[in-house]
Write a protein that binds this ligand. Structure first.
Ligand code: ADE
Ligand code: ZN
Length: 326
């Protein structure tokens, strides 16, 4: 199996539906409109996906819940051959933005990550993410939580959520705080908004990576800028297709971006929601574009180079990514 580095995965979005159902049953909490008749997550469009995501997340209430979830997610990552995951964590879900509560959730998640690394030899680092549709003031609280807990494990800050709400510039203060705390920066952009949103993330938030970013393909000058500046895109093709951004794998722009010299990486975003796994993504891309193991190895090297971890960890990852027969 190809060893993989995944940079774009939301912790709650990686929760298997049976995990959420079991917890809801334990809590005697009724979840309405979250599952289809087969027990999979159901949603109709991106706005509804965000609502279903938040409803499912509402059953995760304590640090112990997040400990269990982190273990379940990392066990799957290891089974997929993922040697390193950067996972989005939200202080708004973990303690409602309160710094003291956030520290407790973070400690539980980190403890689970340590167990997973010992047990399954898969590494995790955290990226605090603020949620765009909750607005800039709430984002500032998330950034404070990130800045106060930044270290060699909590390595980044980002923004997710409803991209059609507000502008990246509205969140500049939160990103300035995170940058001062030496966190790596990434922003969801160019998913539901066009190329200008990617430009605004680069200019106003000064990110080195962009979550999705695929709609940059609509603007050749922006594609050139991404390639020249070495901006890394965290591309999640199956997510884009499941949410209706592109009609099929062969129409997805990831191969065109790659061919134009943009540094692309591959991730799954919220895999059980999109009925995908990282292995399935590789299989579909191999079918659609003829990509072979050498291409996937090179994309994983790009991901390791762009990871927000320290250089010793990066060197260890690059070593693990070397072909075995070399
Ligand atoms: N939160 C979880 N998945 C997301 C996505 N694909 N875009 C924006 N916010 C998200
Ligand atoms: Zn995402």
């Amino acid at each position: 199996m190809i060893p993989k580095v995944e940079l774009h995965l939301h912790l709650e979005g990686a929760a298997p539906p049976e995990f959420i159902r079991r917890l809801a049953d334990e809590r005697r909490q009724r979840l309405v409109g979250v599952f289809d008749e087969d027990g999979a997550y159901r949603f109709t469009d991106f706005a509804n996906f965000l609502a279903v995501y938040e409803a499912a997340t509402s059953v995760l209430r304590t640090p112990a819940d997040y400990h269990r979830l982190t273990l379940a997610v990392l066990e799957r990552q290891a089974a997929e051959g993922v040697i390193y995951s950067e996972i989005f964590l939200s202080p708004d879900f973990c303690g409602g933005g309160d710094l003291g509560a956030w520290r407790d959730f973070l400690a539980a998640i980190r403890e689970a990550a340590t167990i997973a690394e010992d047990r399954w030899d898969t590494r995790m680092r955290g990226i605090v993410t603020c949620i765009r549709h909750l607005g800039p003031d709430v984002a500032r609280r998330a950034a404070l939580c990130a800045a106060e807990t930044a270290d060699d494990w909590l390595v980044g800050f980002g923004i997710a959520g409803e991209e059609r709400r507000g502008t990246p510039g509205d969140f500049a203060y939160a990103f300035d705080m995170a940058r001062e705390a030496k966190l790596g920066l990434t922003a969801h952009a160019g998913e539901w908004a066009g190329p200008d949103s990617v430009r605004a993330a680069l200019d106003d938030l000064r990110v080195s990576r962009v979550g999705h970013g695929v709609r940059a393909i609509e603007d050749p000058a922006l594609v050139d800028r991404l390639a020249e500046d070495g901006v890394v895109l965290e591309v999640c093709p199956g997510s884009n297709i499941a949410l209706g951004l592109y009609p099929s794998w062969d129409r997805h722009p990831v191969a065109r971006l790659h061919d134009k010299g943009v540094r692309v990486t591959l991730s799954t975003d919220d895999p059980p929601f999109f009925r995908t796994t990282i292995s399935r993504e590789y299989d579909r891309l191999a079918e659609a574009f003829g990509w072979d193991a050498a291409v996937f190895r090179s994309l994983n090297r790009t991901a390791a180079e762009a990871a927000f971890c320290d250089d010793a960890t990066r060197a260890a990852l690059l070593k693990l990514l070397e072909p075995e027969d070399d």
